[in-house]
Every structure is written in structure tokens, then in C-alpha cells.
Ligand binder design. Structure first.
Ligand code: NDP
Length: 298
């Protein structure tokens, strides 16, 4: 059984991005990312801070726009429009979820599609579905594909089962796995909370991707011998023995499933670190596209 270390793959991707930043510097370019956060949700602040910190590590210019939770929708849109017009910024993301009075869809549609490094704008989602290889790819599902590539786990012709149909993970995951290519070309089944006989379906998966947000939901009896299992879930469960009072687990019961799988991602240290790495990669893509220059090899 092979442990698929997202920590290792994300370091590989970040090293590549670092190299690309240096090559772009020779052309007088510096990629720039703006992260907008509204309100004071602690988890969102942790994510945003680590995005900004990763930019610093890789030589990407960054702006953090921190807005109080009572900021009006119109004010948020104004900030986004200013960033759309800021030539030093090539990528913009608004940390999800925003406070309830903000309509996330309107915010996403206001981000200029060329700067939409999360790949949430309908235009970019459409391009991804059409199979545009040069466009943005949504960070978490792109991170899953990057792990498969790094470990040379070719999926062409295999049956992939995706658990979860969210717009940020499940649905784009299906789109990427159904594209052409050695690390795609899957026969894909998508499951959700209304799927019947779930276990019968998951047991047919050569590649099983879990993204449902239910701690340790996928047990050994749901998994085929030798399957490749990718756990996107990040769930907090009580752990009074820990100083912080909780620990992180995935959507997969790791120990028991690992004994059946041929390869599996751990939580933490699996898909989690890939999301930021792919965001950095999308920022390079954005910078190159906006400056009509080839993406350097890195
Ligand atoms: P959502 O809550 O948006 O979606 C969950 C999906 O799972 C829904 O489609 C839901 O079905 C489905 N589902 C829920 N319960 C079941 C069930 N019992 N059987 C089958 N399907 C079920 O979650 P996200 O996609 O945003 O996130 C999923 C997980 O991935 C979370 O743990 C999240 O923390 C993690 N995550 C990790 C990231 C990373 O960087 N590694 C990034 C993003 C998310 P229905 O549509 O019918 O309600």
C-alpha cells in the first residue's frame, strides 16, 4: 500500500512555481494575488493567512483585503472592481463563505474571469467543461489530479467514483476525471446524499474520491481491494486529549481502508496542502495569460 503524500507533491508544485516566478522576473514580471476576506471566521483567517504566507515564500506579490463582517455587498463589489483594474494583481479570490448578507454568486461573477484563480466564474467553469487545457482548473480537484500524476497512477479506462457534488469539489472533480488524458479518461460515477445503494457503487471504484464532509464515512467494506482512495474531507472531531481539543480526520476511515487500498491519501497531509499549491500555480497561469507570455517550465 502506497501513502500518497500531498505534503510531498505540494512541495514539488511549489518548487516548480518558485522556479517559474524567477523566470518571469527575468522578463520583468511578478505574479500578484489578492485575497479578500470578509468577517472574522477563524478558520477562514487561517486559510487566508496561509495563502498570503505561501505567496511570500514563492516570491508572489500579494494583497490581503480584510473587510469587517458588516461590509455591504456594494462595498465588497467596489473592492473587487478595483482589484480587477489593478495591473499588479493577476489573481483574485474572495474567501468562502462570506457573511450571510453577501451574495457569493454576484461576487464571483464580478471577478474578472482572467483573474478568477479559484476557477469559480461561470465562464471558467464552462471552459473547463469544454476541456480547455490552457484555462484555470479549480484548485482542490486539480490538486487531486496532480497527486495522481506525481505518483504515476494512470486512470485511463478506470471506473472513478466521486462522493459529493459540490461546485467546488465534486462536480469539477467529475469534469477533470472525464477529460481526455492518462490521468483522466475515467468512466465516472457521481454520488450524493440521495444515492441509493451507495456501498454497491463505491465497491466498483478503481479510483474512489471522497468529498462529503462526513468524518470517517467510507469504511473498508465500501472499498474494492486494490482501489486508489483519495480523501478530500477535512473534518474536526473532538479529541479532549489534544491541547486544542480536536483532531482532523478525513471522510475515509483511514486505517481500515488503507489495509484494502493500493494507494491512499492521509488526512492531514493529503489533498489539503495541494489546494494552496494549485492556487499558486493558477496565479502563474493568470500572470502569463495577462501578459501574453508562455508559462515557463520552472
Ligand atoms: P459540501 O457540504 O458542499 O458537499 C458535500 C457533498 O456530499 C454534497 O454533494 C452532499 O450531497 C454529499 N453528501 C453528504 N452526505 C452524504 C452521504 N451520506 N452520502 C453521499 N453523499 C453525501 O462539501 P464540500 O464539497 O465543500 O467539501 C467536502 C469535504 O471536503 C469537506 O470535509 C471539506 O472540509 C473538504 N474540503 C477540503 C478541501 C481541501 O483543500 N482539501 C477544499 C474543499 C473542501 P447533496 O448534494 O445531496 O447534499
Amino acid at each position: 500500500m502506497q501513502v500518497l503524500s500531498g505534503k510531498e507533491v505540494s512541495s514539488f508544485v511549489k518548487d516548480r512555481v518558485k522556479g517559474q516566478v524567477l523566470k518571469l522576473k527575468e522578463q520583468g514580471l511578478q505574479p500578484g494575488l489578492a485575497v479578500v476576506i470578509i468577517g472574522d471566521d477563524p478558520a477562514s483567517h487561517v486559510y487566508v493567512n496561509s495563502k498570503v504566507k505561501t505567496c511570500e515564500e514563492l516570491g508572489i506579490y500579494s494583497i490581503k483585503e480584510q473587510l469587517p463582517s458588516e461590509t455591504s455587498q456594494e462595498e465588497v463589489l467596489k473592492v473587487v472592481r478595483e482589484l480587477n483594474n489593478n495591473p499588479k494583481i493577476h489573481g483574485i479570490l474572495v474567501q468562502s463563505p462570506p457573511p450571510k448578507h453577501i451574495d457569493e454568486r454576484t461576487i464571483i461573477e464580478t471577478i474578472s474571469p482572467e483573474k478568477d484563480v479559484d476557477c469559480f466564474h461561470p465562464q471558467n467553469v464552462g471552459n473547463m467543461l469544454i476541456g480547455d487545457e490552457d484555462g484555470f482548473v479549480p484548485c482542490t480537484p486539480a490538486g487531486v489530479i496532480e497527486i495522481l500524476k506525481y505518483y504515476q497512477l494512470k486512470t485511463a479506462g478506470k471506473h472513478a467514483v466521486v462522493l459529493g457534488r459540490s461546485n467546488i469539489v465534486g462536480k469539477p472533480m467529475v469534469a477533470l476525471l472525464a477529460r481526455r488524458g492518462d490521468y483522466a479518461d475515467c468512466t465516472v460515477t457521481i454520488c450524493h446524499s440521495r444515492t441509493q445503494n451507495l456501498e454497491e457503487i463505491t465497491k466498483q471504484a478503481d479510483v474512489l474520491i471522497a468529498a462529503i464532509g462526513k468524518p470517517e464515512f467510507v469504511t473498508a467494506d465500501m472499498v474494492k481491494d486494490g482501489a486508489v482512495v483519495v480523501d478530500v474531507g477535512i473534518n474536526r472531531i473532538d479529541a479532549p486529549e489534544k491541547k486544542r481539543g480536536f483532531r482532523l480526520v478525513g471522510d475515509v476511515a483511514y486505517e481500515e481502508v488503507a489495509s484494502k487500498a493500493s494507494a491512499i491519501t492521509p488526512v492531514p497531509g493529503g489533498v489539503g496542502p495541494m489546494t494552496i499549491a494549485m492556487l499558486m500555480q493558477n496565479t502563474i497561469t493568470a500572470c502569463c495569460q495577462q501578459n501574453n507570455t508562455e508559462i515557463p517550465e520552472g
